[in-house]
Design a protein around this ligand. Structure first.
Ligand SMILES: *[C@@H]1O[C@H](CO)[C@@H](O)[C@H](O)[C@H]1NC(C)=O
Ligand SMILES: *[C@@H]1O[C@H](CO)[C@@H](O)[C@H](O)[C@H]1NC(C)=O
Ligand SMILES: *[C@@H]1O[C@H](CO)[C@@H](O)[C@H](O)[C@H]1NC(C)=O
Ligand SMILES: *[C@@H]1O[C@H](CO)[C@@H](O)[C@H](O)[C@H]1NC(C)=O
Ligand SMILES: *[C@@H]1O[C@H](CO)[C@@H](O)[C@H](O)[C@H]1NC(C)=O
Ligand SMILES: *[C@@H]1O[C@H](CO)[C@@H](O)[C@H](O)[C@H]1NC(C)=O
Length: 341
């Protein structure tokens, strides 16, 4: 008798848990789950709301995001607080994923944010049933000049095709939400970047981009699979006029967003981010700021107390990164510790 009660209680709890778990996956309730249940979620669970996610990639084996990468992810998680922010890292595998928070300060505080998820980037699995798979099998990584870039160009297309959402480079600071689902970012008139773009899942444009990627593959030309690909696809669809004041363009329902939206400071001027400004630029026409990290060959850093534009951007848009990675190490030496013993 006792045994039967035990068994039925047991069955009851299994069902109750299953029910609670399902409930937690419903839109709106999703983010009320706390970190423990968050860790149980698979990639498919997180992506089950199609076209909602904000996607970041790391295609080197690094498991230690730079302060700028950390700021990109944190700022997106704050601006898109009701959408999953998913960081794919090639250096992770299914086993290291669980021990993730001991490996890096940045990853541990990012994971503590309720809508940030970190998953391994497994290209072989990702490219299944896509035009990219035969290319991926054929290419020899060790002979590729720009493999980190090229594999990133391919992966971002595949992820946005498969799940939809917004892809962002890890040197983009989000400052307000991007309206609309299907867009490319203009770097200048008639020229599209691939550092930030958004599409609903299974969008024909992204499929065409993957086909073009394979057909016109040339790994020796930097950007041929990246910004140049986006640009030739877009200009093949529409005759684009040059940008006027701050109006976006539209091409077959794909918005082509004005350079001001993400590149209010153009790349020749990238050092402006590391300077002290007399008046605060309001960036009212921008959704996010691309910091042109590839131009930063001299490894300029954000310095606490410098009052540079970038320091102030960190303070506002990624305060945890600022506290932990910019201010943190120095301050903790001087502040008295809260000893519990
Ligand atoms: C990692 O886990 C995912 C989901 O469970 C699975 O699809 C994938 O094949 C696994 N990868 C490896 C390399 O085991
Ligand atoms: C990971 O983080 C959780 C919660 O923040 C903490 O309880 C746990 O001890 C951490 N694990 C490791 C291995 O650091
Ligand atoms: C890839 O290239 C390297 C060196 O260039 C060579 O040693 C290796 O055998 C190649 N791999 C394949 C699978 O062809
Ligand atoms: C662009 O304009 C040219 C000449 O005006 C025309 O031949 C071409 O078909 C147009 N292309 C598209 C995609 O509309
Ligand atoms: C653009 O979107 C509207 C509304 O969703 C649709 O009716 C129209 O056919 C689309 N046009 C193109 C060129 O895809
Ligand atoms: C920018 O936006 C802020 C807040 O919405 C507003 O106070 C300010 O006047 C705007 N600046 C310009 C130049 O429009």
């Amino acid at each position: 008798m006792l045994k039967e009660i035990q068994v039925s209680l047991c069955i009851f709890f299994v069902f109750a848990l299953g029910f609670l778990y399902k409930l937690s996956l419903q839109p709106g309730r999703f983010f009320s789950c706390m970190p423990i249940s968050k860790r149980l979620l698979t990639l498919e669970d997180v992506m089950s709301q199609r076209s909602k996610s904000i996607i970041f990639l790391e295609t080197t084996n690094s498991l230690e995001p730079s302060p700028l990468a950390s700021c990109s992810v944190e700022s997106a998680a704050r601006i898109y607080h009701d959408r999953p922010v998913v960081f794919f890292m090639k250096g992770l595998d299914n086993n290291t994923r669980l021990g993730i928070n001991s490996s890096s300060t940045a990853l541990s505080f990012l994971l503590a944010m309720k809508n940030v998820f970190i998953f391994p980037l497994q290209m072989e699995t990702l490219f299944q049933e896509m035009p990219l798979l035969p290319w991926y099998h054929k290419v020899n990584e060790s002979q590729e000049k720009y493999w980190v870039h090229v594999s990133s160009d391919a992966s971002r297309l595949a992820i946005i095709w498969k799940y939809g959402g917004i892809y962002m480079d890890t040197d983009v600071i989000s400052i307000r939400p991007i309206p609309g689902a299907n867009f490319l970012a203009a770097q200048s008139s008639q020229f599209s970047s691939n550092g930030i773009f958004g599409f609903s899942h299974h969008h024909w444009f992204i499929w065409s981009c993957m086909e073009d990627f394979v057909q016109h593959y040339n790994g020796d030309v930097w950007g041929n699979q990246g910004p140049y690909l986006m640009t030739r696809m877009l200009t093949g669809l529409c005759n684009l006029s040059d940008f006027q004041v701050a109006e976006d363009l539209s091409c077959q329902n794909i918005s082509f967003l004005h350079p001001q939206r993400f590149y209010p400071i153009a790349y020749p001027e990238w050092r402006q981010y590391y300077k002290v400004w007399d008046t605060w630029p309001d960036f009212n026409n921008s959704y996010a700021l691309h910091l042109w990290n590839f131009m930063n060959k001299e490894q300029k850093q954000v310095v606490a107390g410098s009052n540079t534009l970038v320091e102030n951007l960190y303070k506002i848009y990624c305060p945890t990164t600022y506290r932990e990675l910019i201010q943190g190490p120095r301050e903790s030496e001087h502040l008295p510790r809260n000893k519990t013993s």
